[in-house]
Design a protein around this ligand. Structure first.
Ligand code: HEM
Length: 539
C-alpha cells in the first residue's frame, strides 16, 4: 500500500473529512414526525439537511474524481451529473439564496395509491432524442396542419403562466429531496404573485417610482423593465423564459396599469387605487381561468360539475391549500405537449423556432415583437396559429432545451423536457395512470392507445397526454387529466379566502369586453385599448 504524499495526502484527508460530514448530516435527518411534533413546528427545515447532503455528496464525488486522476470540468458536477450554472437559468437548484422561503408544501390527491416505480433508464429512452415522446421522430409522416389542435397557439402559454403563479419546485432533477420535504416557492393561490410579488412596498423595483400604483415597463412599453445586465425585473423569472411568456406577462402588467387609469377616471380615492386594481385584475384572471381557460381544456360540462357538486379528490380547507404532486408533476405539465417548434410572430412573417431563437432571460431584439393576434383569435383579426395537438410527443425545441433554461448538464438527456417530466413523476413517487383511472372509475386506455408497453403501468404524465389524444381528440384533457386539473384549479380558488369564488361566487367581470362574455383576449388587450367604453368601480 502506498503512503499518500503532497496533493494525495491532502485529498485523502479531505475525503475523510467530507465523508464524516456527510455521515453526520445523514444521521441528523429526521424521522417522519420527529419527536411527535407536527412538521410545521420543527425547529429546522428538513430540506436544509437534504440540501447540505446534496452539496456534500457533490464535493465527495469531486474529491474522489481528483484522487483517481480526473480533473473536474469547468463547473463542479453534482452527484448525478448536473452542473449548477452560476446564474441565468430558471432551474438554479441548490443555491441557498434561491430556496423557497414560504412554508407551502406539496401534497397528494391519491395518497393511498402505490408509486409506479419505473426504471429511470427506460424513462430517459422514452423521453430522449428519437424516443416515443419526440415529435421529430414522426414529423416526416405529417402534412401541413396535421398536428394542429382546435385551440389557438397562445392558450398553452397562458397555462404556463398559471403554472408559474402557483407552483415552483426548485429541487434537483436527480430527486435527492424526499417528496415530503419538497417546498413550493409560490403560494398555492391564483393570486398573480408572479406579477405583484410583494407589492409596491416589498418589491418597489417592480413599480413606477413616479406613479407607484402602476407597474414599471421597459423603455418602449413593450418589454418588462430590466436591470443594466438585461435581467427582467418581474415577479417570477420564469416568465422571461421565452418571448411568448414575456409577451403575456407584459400584457398583464399593461392591463393592471390600464385598470389604475379606469379607477382614477371613476373617481376612486388615490389611497385605494393600487389595491383595488390588484383585486380587480386578480378576480378577472381567476374568472378567466374558470370560465374561459378550463372549459377549453377540460370541457364545460366537467367544469360545471366540479363547480356545482364540489371536488372528490382535492378538498383542502380554506387557507390550507397545497399543490398536489399529481398536478404539478403530471397533469398540469400537459401543456408541454401543446407547444409548437416554430411560430409566426407577425402577419406574413417567417416561422421562427421557439428555441434557440426566442429564448428569453435578456432583452429580445427590437424587431422581434409578438403580435398577439398571431397566437390568440382576436376580434376583427384573421384566425391565429393553432396549438400543437396533444399526442404524447413534444416539439424539437423542448426535446433539446437550451442551456439558459436547464443550466449546464452533464447528462444530455436532462436537456429533454420529456425526460424531466417522466423523471419528476418517478422521483415524486406518482402512481400509474391506470391506477388513477381505476380509482376514478374510468375505463383505462388500451395498449394500442398507449403505443408503448410499460412494464408495470404507464407514467401518469404520459398517460394523461395519450388520454388527451384518444379521449379528448388531441384538443382537451381526458377524464383522468381533466378531473385532476379542474379539481385543483377550482379547489385552489375555493380554499383561497380572498378569491372571487370564496367571496362572491356570482361575481361577474366588470372590465370592458369586446364580446358578450369577458375572456382572456379582453384581459390581454385591455392595456393596449385605451379608448374602449366601460367602467371599473368595483369590487
Ligand atoms: C416553451 C414552453 C415551456 C418550457 C420551456 C417549459 C419548461 C419547463 C421546465 C424546464 C420545467 C422544470 C422541469 C423539471 O425539472 O421538472 C417545467 C415545469 C413545469 N411546467 Fe413547463 N415549460 C413550458 C411550457 C409549459 C406549459 C405550456 C405548461 C402548462 C400549460 C407548463 C407547466 C409546467 C408545470 C406545471 C411544471 C412544474 C412546475 C413546478 O412545480 O415547479 N409548462 N417547465
Amino acid at each position: 500500500m502506498s503512503t499518500p504524499t503532497g496533493d494525495d495526502a491532502f485529498l485523502n484527508s479531505l475525503e475523510q473529512d467530507v465523508a464524516a460530514e456527510l455521515r453526520r448530516a445523514e444521521a441528523s435527518e429526521p424521522d417522519d414526525e420527529a419527536g411527535g411534533l407536527p412538521i410545521d413546528e420543527w425547529m429546522f427545515d428538513p430540506a436544509d439537511v437534504q440540501r447540505e447532503e446534496i452539496g456534500l455528496r457533490s464535493l465527495l464525488g469531486a474529491v474522489k474524481a481528483m484522487e483517481n486522476g480526473s480533473r473536474p470540468s469547468a463547473a463542479p458536477a453534482s452527484a448525478h451529473g448536473i452542473h449548477v450554472a452560476a446564474r441565468g437559468h430558471c432551474l438554479s437548484l441548490v443555491r441557498a439564496v434561491d430556496r423557497p422561503t414560504g412554508a407551502a408544501r406539496y401534497g397528494r390527491m391519491f395518497p393511498d395509491l402505490n408509486p409506479l416505480g419505473t426504471d429511470p433508464q427506460l424513462l430517459m429512452r422514452a423521453g430522449g432524442n428519437g424516443g416515443i415522446c419526440d415529435a421529430a421522430a414522426v414529423l416526416g409522416g405529417l402534412g401541413p396542419g396535421d398536428d394542429d389542435a382546435s385551440e389557438a397557439a397562445g392558450w398553452p402559454f397562458f397555462g404556463q403562466l398559471i403554472a408559474h403563479d402557483i407552483t415552483a419546485d426548485r429541487s434537483p432533477i436527480e430527486g435527492d429531496v424526499a417528496p415530503d420535504a419538497l417546498r413550493n416557492a409560490r403560494a398555492p393561490k391564483l393570486n398573480l404573485e408572479m406579477l405583484y410579488s410583494d407589492g409596491p412596498v416589498g418589491s418597489p423595483y417592480l413599480f413606477d417610482i413616479a406613479d407607484p400604483a402602476k407597474f414599471l415597463l421597459g423603455p418602449d412599453g413593450a418589454d418588462a423593465p430590466r436591470n443594466h445586465q438585461g435581467v427582467a425585473l418581474i415577479g417570477d423569472p420564469r416568465n422571461d423564459v421565452h418571448l411568448f411568456a414575456l409577451a403575456l406577462h407584459v400584457a398583464l402588467l399593461q392591463a393592471h396599469n390600464r385598470t389604475v387609469d379606469l379607477l382614477r377616471e371613476n373617481g376612486v380615492p388615490e389611497a385605494e387605487v393600487f389595491e383595488r386594481a390588484r383585486i380587480i385584475l386578480t378576480w378577472h384572471y381567476q374568472w378567466v381561468v374558470v370560465h374561459d381557460f378550463l372549459p377549453r381544456l377540460v370541457g364545460a360540462s366537467l367544469v360545471e360539475r366540479v363547480l356545482a357538486e364540489g371536488s372528490r379528490w382535492f378538498t383542502p380547507a380554506p387557507g390550507q391549500a397545497y399543490i398536489p404532486l399529481e398536478f404539478a408533476d403530471a397533469a398540469f405539465r400537459y401543456g408541454h405537449g401543446q407547444i409548437r417548434h416554430t411560430y409566426r410572430l407577425v402577419n406574413g412573417g417567417p416561422l421562427v423556432p421557439l428555441f434557440p431563437d426566442l429564448v428569453g432571460f435578456g432583452p429580445q431584439p427590437a424587431d422581434r415583437r409578438l403580435d398577439l393576434a398571431q397566437v390568440f383569435d382576436l376580434p376583427g383579426r384573421p384566425p391565429a396559429q393553432r396549438a400543437k395537438r396533444l399526442d404524447g410527443r413534444l416539439a424539437t425545441s423542448l426535446i433539446g432545451l437550451p442551456e439558459q433554461v436547464t443550466g449546464a448538464v452533464d447528462t444530455a438527456a436532462y436537456r429533454s423536457l420529456a425526460v424531466r417530466d417522466l423523471l419528476r413523476g418517478e422521483t415524486t413517487a406518482l402512481p400509474s395512470g391506470e391506477a388513477v383511472a381505476q380509482v376514478m372509475n374510468v375505463s383505462p386506455l388500451t395498449a394500442d392507445e398507449l403505443d408503448q408497453a410499460w412494464p408495470h403501468g404507464t407514467p401518469l404524465w404520459f398517460y394523461i397526454l395519450k388520454e388527451a389524444e384518444h379521449r379528448g381528440g388531441g384538443d382537451r384533457l381526458g377524464p383522468v387529466g381533466g378531473r385532476i386539473v379542474a379539481e385543483v384549479l377550482i379547489g385552489l380558488l375555493r380554499a383561497d379566502p380572498a378569491s372571487y369564488l370564496s367571496l362572491e361566487p356570482d361575481w361577474e367581470p366588470i372590465l370592458p369586453a369586446d364580446g358578450p362574455d369577458f375572456g382572456l383576449a379582453d384581459l390581454l388587450t385591455l392595456g393596449a385599448t385605451r379608448d374602449r367604453a366601460g367602467g371599473a368601480a368595483g369590487p
